[in-house]
Design a protein. Structure first.
Length: 457
C-alpha cells in the first residue's frame, strides 16, 4: 500500500480547480442505468469511488468510455447482462444499495446486491431505503450467502407511486427512492427528504432524462413517472467537500488558495462558520479565494446537520482548523454517531481534544441517550507534532493530511487508498500549492519503489 510523506510547516499558496463531486458522480452513473440511452458526463473526477462504480456498471452491462484527461465519460446500457452485483463489491462503498432503486423498474429478474460499505463512522443501516422501496411495491429480503449476506429485490407486480415519509432525511434513502419512483406508475411523494446539492444535481440529470420532479419548501420531493427516456448530457457539480477541505488546509497553514469553480451557494453554512472564526475568503466570479488573515478565533459552537446545515464531511478538517484557533470550541456531530474516532491520533499529535457522549450545545440529537462520543471540546492553539498515521476513513484522511501540513517535521501517512476514493490528484494539487509531499508506491515483489512528487495538476 502507498504511503504519503509530508513535511509540514509551509503555507499553501496558489490556485487549483475544483473537481467534480464524488457524491454526485457515483449516483449519476447508477441513475444512467434507468435508461437504455447514452448519457455523457463532463467534469468527471478521476477518483477511486468513481472507478469502483464504473466497474460495477460494466458488470451489469454498461458500455463505458472514459476520457480521464478530458474528464468526459460516456455510459450506455442497452441491456442488462445481469442484475446480480457480485460479492466482491461488498463493503466497497455505499453505491451497490442504490442499484436496487435504479434497476427495479428495468428488470423482472431478482436484483441481488451485497451488503454495503463506506467509511466506518457509525452503524450506517439501510432500513430507510428498504422501507421506502417496500412502500413503492418492491419485495426485498436479506439472505445469508456463502460468505456474507445480500439483499434480494424484485417488483414483479410493478412499482406504484405512493407517499413515503422518511423519519430522517437520509441522503442515500432519498436518492434510492427517487430512482425507483422515476419508473413507478403515477406520482410519488417523499416527505422529509434530503435536499443536499448532490441530490439536486441528480434531479437535474433525471429531468433531462425525462422525469418530472418537484421540490417543495418543506423537504417534500414529488416525482412523476417518466413516460419517455432521453439521451442526456450533464456537467457534474463541483465537489463542495474538496473545496472546503482545501480551504481549511490553506487557512490552517496560514496560506492563500484560489479555488476555481468553487460554488458559493453550496457553501453558505461553511462560509458562515469560517467568518465566525476569522478565516478569510473572497467570493469571485468563477470561484472562491481562501486565505489566512489574522489569528483564528475559537469559542464557537458547531453542530453538523443535514443540508442546508454544516455538513458532517466538513467536520474533521474543521476540528484540525480549530486546533489552531485561540480558545475552546464545542463541536456536536448529529449525523453520524461515531465520527470522532480520528481525534485520538490528533491528540497524539498534540491537539487538546476531549470527547463527550452528551449532546453539547443547544440541541439534543438522535444520539442523546447513546454512549457514543459524538461531541467534543477542542482547545487551541496547539502546535502539532509530526507522526506516523494510519488513515481510518476518507474525510479523517484529509484531516490527517492537513494536520501533517501544519506539523513542522515529516509525517508518514498510510492507507492512502481512502483519500484516493474522494480526492482527485491529491499529491499533484498539494504539490502545486507548495506542499512538501511525496507519495511512495509500495513495490510489488521484486520491483523498485516508485516516488511521485510535484506531478502537474
Ligand atoms: C451521504 C454521503 C456522505 C455524507 C452523508 C450525509 C455519499 C456517497 N455519501 O452518505 O458523504 O456524509 O450523505 O450528508 O453520498 N440512516 C439510517 N437508515 C438508513 C439510512 C441512513 O438510519 O436507511 C442514518 C445513517 O446511519 C446516518 C444518517 O442516517 O446516521 C445519514 O446517512 P445518509 O444521509 O443516508 O448518508 P449516506 O447517503 O450514507
Amino acid at each position: 500500500m502507498d504511503v504519503l510523506k509530508i513535511k509540514g510547516g509551509k503555507p499553501l499558496s496558489g490556485q487549483i480547480r475544483a473537481s467534480g463531486a464524488k457524491n454526485a458522480m457515483t449516483k449519476l452513473l447508477v441513475a444512467s442505468l434507468l435508461s437504455d440511452k447514452k448519457c455523457t458526463f463532463f467534469n468527471v473526477p478521476n477518483i477511486g469511488d468513481v472507478e469502483i462504480t464504473v466497474n460495477l456498471c460494466k458488470e451489469i452491462g454498461s458500455e463505458i468510455k472514459w476520457d480521464k484527461k478530458e474528464k468526459i465519460l460516456e455510459i450506455y446500457t442497452p441491456e442488462l447482462k445481469t442484475s446480480y452485483v457480485p460479492q466482491k463489491y461488498s463493503g466497497s462503498n455505499r453505491i451497490p444499495i442504490l442499484m436496487i432503486g435504479a434497476l427495479l423498474g428495468r428488470t423482472d429478474e431478482d436484483i441481488i446486491v451485497p451488503t454495503i460499505g463506506g467509511d466506518l463512522i457509525g452503524s450506517r443501516p439501510v432500513d430507510l431505503h428498504i422501507h421506502a422501496l417496500h412502500k413503492l411495491g418492491a419485495r426485498i429480503e436479506y439472505r445469508e450467502m456463502k460468505k456474507e449476506g445480500a439483499y434480494f429485490a424484485q417488483a414483479h407486480q410493478g412499482l406504484k407511486g405512493t407517499i413515503i415519509s422518511l423519519h430522517y432525511p437520509s441522503v442515500g434513502a432519498t436518492e434510492n427512492t427517487i430512482l425507483a419512483a422515476v419508473r413507478a406508475k403515477g406520482t410519488t411523494l417523499i416527505k422529509n427528504a434530503a435536499i443536499e446539492p448532490e441530490i439536486i444535481d441528480l434531479i437535474l440529470f433525471l429531468q433531462k432524462l425525462g422525469a418530472k420532479i418537484m421540490i417543495d419548501v418543506d423537504r417534500t420531493i414529488c416525482i412523476q413517472q417518466a413516460s419517455q427516456l432521453n439521451e442526456v448530457e450533464h456537467t457534474v457539480l463541483p465537489d463542495r467537500n474538496e473545496v472546503a477541505s482545501y480551504a481549511m488546509a490553506a487557512i490552517s497553514t496560514k496560506g492563500k488558495v484560489w479555488i476555481e469553480g468553487a460554488e458559493h451557494h453550496n457553501m453558505i453554512a461553511f462560509l458562515n462558520k469560517l467568518r465566525d472564526i476569522g478565516g478569510g475568503f473572497q467570493v469571485r466570479k468563477n470561484g472562491i479565494e481562501f486565505f489566512y488573515e489574522k489569528s483564528l478565533r475559537g469559542g464557537v459552537h458547531l453542530e453538523t446537520d443535514v443540508h442546508p446545515g454544516f455538513m458532517t464531511d466538513w467536520q474533521q478538517p474543521f476540528v484540525v482548523l480549530m486546533t489552531q484557533a485561540v480558545g475552546a470550541s464545542v463541536i456536536h456531530e448529529t449525523v453520524y454517531e461515531n465520527r470522532f474516532g480520528y481525534t485520538h491520533t490528533l491528540k497524539a499529535m498534540g491537539a487538546d481534544i476531549e470527547l463527550f457522549t452528551q449532546c453539547l450545545g443547544g440541541k439534543t440529537c438522535r444520539f442523546a441517550s447513546s454512549d457514543h462520543h459524538h461531541s467534543i471540546v477542542v482547545k487551541g492553539p496547539t502546535p502539532l507534532k509530526a507522526t506516523d498515521i494510519t488513515i481510518p476513513d476518507l474525510r479523517a484522511g484529509f484531516a490527517y493530511v492537513m494536520a501533517a501540513l501544519i506539523a513542522n517535521e515529516t509525517s508518514t501517512i498510510s492507507n492512502v487508498d481512502f483519500v484516493d476514493r474522494g480526492y482527485e490528484e491529491l499529491v499533484a494539487k498539494l504539490s502545486s500549492l507548495g506542499a512538501d509531499i511525496t507519495r511512495v508506491t509500495a513495490p510489488k515483489k521484486g520491483e523498485p519503489k516508485t516516488v511521485l512528487q510535484n506531478t502537474s495538476v
